[in-house]
Design a protein around this ligand. Structure first.
Ligand code: S6P
Length: 580
C-alpha cells in the first residue's frame, strides 16, 4: 500500500478526458492514469485500482436513445470478448423468452465460430467478408433483423463488414453499433480489399442515426485498467447496456411497462450498486488474487469450477488469459457443471477439437484432479442455496488433494435456508467470498441474476488480471507479453515498443518483425509481406514483444536476447533493468 493514495481527486479520475492526454489514441487504447503503478502494487492495491477504474463506467452521461426491438430476429455479433458477451446475453434473454413460452429471437455471432467462445481466435477479427458470411447464414429467411455489432474499440473489421452489409440492405437490417470510443476515434486504417474503414462506416451510421435508421451506443467509459484490455470495462459495459435495453424491451412487450427515461436510469443504478456490493468485499478478492498469483508464479494453475451461467463467466475469463497475457491455456482454466449441455452453444459439444475444449466438471475430475497439488488454486463459483449439494460434493473431492480451495458465492440477504450445507463447504475452503444481495436491490429474478453475473465477472477479471500482474506480466499498466495475432494487436505492440524504448516507429517495427520471424536479418520477403502474413506467423511465436524490446534496448542479437529472457522468466523484470 505504501506510496499509494486512494483519495484520488476528480482530476485524476477524469485526467484521461483532457484533450492533450495521449491525444493520438482512442479512449479504449489509452493508458489509464489510475493504474500507472499497478505493476508495483500489492494485491490489495490492485483490487482497489480496479474498483476505481470500474467506477468510471458510471461517470459519463450516456444520453442515448434506447429502441424497442420489435423485429423477428435480434443478432448480436462481435470478436473475442465482445462475441462471448453476445453469446452470454443472447442465451440469457432466450431463456427469459422460453420461460414466458415465447419463441427465441436472439442469436449470436462470434468471429472464428464457437471455438472462439472458449479459446483465443484473434485472426478472424480482421476479416470483414467472414463477418458478412456469418451474418447472412444466421439471418437466412428473416425479413427484419435488428443487428447489434459490438466492437469496444470501434475497430474490428469483422464487425465493420457486417455493418456495411446492413447499411446496403436497409429493407431487412436495422444496424446498431455498441462500442466505447467517441465516433471520431473509430479506426480509420484501410481494410484489405474493402472500400470502407470502420470510421467511414460509423460516419454513414451517424448520418442515418439522425432519422433513426441506424443507432450508435458509444459512451466513453474511460481507459482500461490494463491498456487496451477491453475484456474488462468494455465487456462489463457491453453487458450492462444491452441488458438494460433488452430488459426494457421485454418489460414493454410482455408486461406493458412503458419504456421511460427513469426506468432505464433505475436499471443502470442497479448495476452501479452491483459494483458497490462486489467491491465491498475487497479483502476477500485480495485473498483470491494472492492465491492465484502465487500459483501462477510457481508455474502452477488456477481452476474455476462453476455452476450455471456464473460458470460461463469463468470459462470466458479463463479463455481471455491467452491473448491478454500470453498465457498457456492450462494456466487458468474454467469448468462448467453440465458441460456443453449447460452451455447450449450453436455447434454443440466441441470436445473433439482438443483438450482445451474439455469443460465439464467430469473432465476436471478425470483430467486435472489426479495431478492437483497444493500449489494449484481451485475456485468454486456458485449461487447459494441453488447449487449447494453439488458444490459440497465437489469441495470434498478437491479437498482430498489440496487445501488451496476457495469459494465465491452469491446469496440473498436473510436467506438462511440450507446454511448448514454452506457451513460444511466453508470448513473445506481456505477462503470464502460471500456476496450478499440486499433484498431491496432485487427488483426481479432476472435482474438479480444479471447482477450476480456482472459481479462474478468483476471478481474473476480481478483475480486473473491481479494474478498476472503479480506474476510480472505487466509493465506499468501495459501488457508486454501480448500475442501479436491480428492487426489491432500488431499496431498496439509497435506503439508499446515506441513508448517503452523511445525509438522511432521504423526501428520498433523492424525489431518486432525480427522477434516474430526469429531472425537477426530480415529478408526482403519478410519486410514486403503484409500485416496479415506477419500476424499469421506470430501465432506460433512466443514472447514476441519482450524479445523485440530487449533487442531495441540492448542491440543484442536475437539469440542473446532470447537467452536473457529465458534466464529471467519474469518478463517485467527482464525488461525493466534496461528501462532506467
Ligand atoms: C480484449 C480481448 C479481445 C477483444 C477483441 C474484440 O481484452 O482479449 O479478444 O475482445 O479483440 O475487440 P473489440 O474492440 O472489437 O470489442
Amino acid at each position: 500500500m505504501a506510496g499509494l493514495d486512494w483519495t484520488y481527486g476528480v482530476s485524476t479520475l477524469r485526467q484521461w478526458e483532457s484533450a492533450d492526454y495521449e491525444p493520438s489514441l482512442p479512449v479504449s487504447e489509452k493508458s489509464n492514469p489510475l493504474t500507472r503503478d499497478i505493476d508495483q502494487a500489492s494485491a490489495y492495491s490492485i483490487v482497489k485500482m480496479l474498483q476505481l477504474c470500474d467506477s468510471q463506467m458510471f461517470q459519463e452521461e450516456a444520453g442515448t436513445a434506447y429502441q424497442d426491438p420489435q423485429e423477428s430476429c435480434v443478432v448480436m455479433s462481435g470478436c473475442g470478448t465482445s462475441g462471448r458477451l453476445a453469446f452470454l446475453i443472447s442465451s440469457g434473454f432466450n431463456k427469459a423468452l422460453s420461460q414466458l413460452n415465447q419463441s427465441k429471437v436472439y442469436s449470436y455471432i462470434i468471429a472464428g465460430g464457437d471455438r472462439a467462445l472458449l479459446s483465443s481466435q484473434e485472426a478472424p477479427e480482421d476479416d470483414p467478408r467472414l463477418g458478412v458470411l456469418s451474418l447472412k447464414k444466421v439471418c437466412e429467411g428473416k425479413k427484419r433483423v435488428l443487428f447489434i455489432g459490438i466492437s469496444c474499440g470501434l475497430s474490428a473489421p469483422f464487425v465493420a463488414g457486417q455493418l456495411d452489409f446492413c447499411l446496403q440492405h436497409p429493407e431487412v437490417y436495422m444496424p446498431v453499433l455498441v462500442g466505447f470510443n467517441p465516433a471520431h476515434q473509430a479506426r480509420d486504417e484501410p481494410i484489405q480489399d474493402c472500400t470502407f474503414t470502420f470510421h467511414s462506416v460509423v460516419q454513414r451510421m451517424q448520418e442515418l442515426a439522425k432519422s433513426q435508421k441506424a443507432f450508435l451506443i458509444n459512451p466513453a467509459v474511460g481507459p482500461e485498467a490494463i491498456s487496451g484490455s477491453s475484456r474488462m470495462k468494455g465487456g462489463s459495459a457491453t453487458k450492462i447496456l444491452l441488458e438494460v435495453a433488452f430488459s426494457a424491451a421485454h418489460a414493454a412487450t410482455f408486461s406493458n411497462t412503458p419504456i421511460t427515461y427513469n426506468g432505464v436510469l433505475e436499471h443502470m443504478k442497479a448495476y452501479e450498486r452491483t459494483l458497490d456490493v462486489t467491491y465491498s468485499q475487497t479483502d476477500g478478492i485480495t485473498t483470491l488474487v494472492e492465491a492465484a498469483g502465487q500459483s501462477l508464479r510457481c508455474s502452477r494453475h488456477v481452476y474455476y469450477l462453476g455452476w450455471g451461467s456464473l460458470a460461463l463467466l469463468g470459462l470466458i475469463d479463463a479463455s481471455e488469459c491467452t491473448p491478454t497475457f500470453g498465457a498457456d491455456y492450462e494456466d487458468v482454466r474454467g469448468f462448467i457443471s453440465g458441460g456443453y449441455r449447460e452451455l447450449n452453444n450453436n455447434d454443440g459439444p466441441l470436445t473433439s477439437l482438443g483438450p482445451k475444449f474439455s469443460i465439464a466438471h467430469e473432465d476436471f475430475l478425470h483430467l486435472i484432479l489426479p495431478c492437483l497439488t497444493d500449489k494449484d488454486t481451485v475456485l468454486l463459483i456458485y449461487t447459494h442455496p441453488d447449487d449447494a449439494t453439488e458444490v459440497g460434493n465437489m469441495a470434498r473431492r478437491v479437498r482430498e488433494k489440496t487445501p488451496n480451495l476457495h469459494a465465491v458465492y452469491h446469496q440473498a440477504d436473510g436467506d438462511t435456508a440450507a446454511s448448514l450445507q454452506q457451513d460444511d463447504i466453508k470448513k473445506l475452503c481456505l477462503s470464502t467470498l460471500k456476496i450478499t444481495w440486499p433484498r431491496e436491490a432485487l427488483a426481479s429474478g432476472t435482474l438479480q441474476h444479471m447482477q450476480r453475473e456482472l459481479s462474478t465477472k468483476l471478481v474473476l477479471n480481478a483475480v486473473s488480471t491481479g494474478a498476472h500482474v503479480l506474476k510480472g506480466k505487466i509493465y506499468q499498466n501495459h501488457m508486454i507479453d501480448l500475442q501479436v495475432t491480428n492487426t489491432k494487436l500488431y499496431r498496439r505492440a509497435t506503439r508499446l515498443l515506441q513508448k517503452l524504448s523511445a525509438c522511432p516507429e521504423e526501428n520498433c517495427e523492424e525489431a518486432l518483425l525480427k522477434a516474430i520471424y526469429r531472425v537477426d536479418m530480415l529478408t526482403v520477403e519478410m519486410t514486403s509481406s503484409d500485416i496479415t502474413t506477419h500476424t499469421c506467423f506470430a501465432r506460433n511465436s512466443t514472447k514476441v514483444v519482450p524479445l523485440a524490446l530487449v533487442i531495441l534496448l540492448t542491440s543484442w542479437s536475437l539469440m542473446e536476447a532470447e537467452s536473457h529472457l529465458k534466464q529471467q522468466p519474469i518478463v517485467r523484470e527482464a525488461v525493466a533493468q534496461w528501462m532506467w
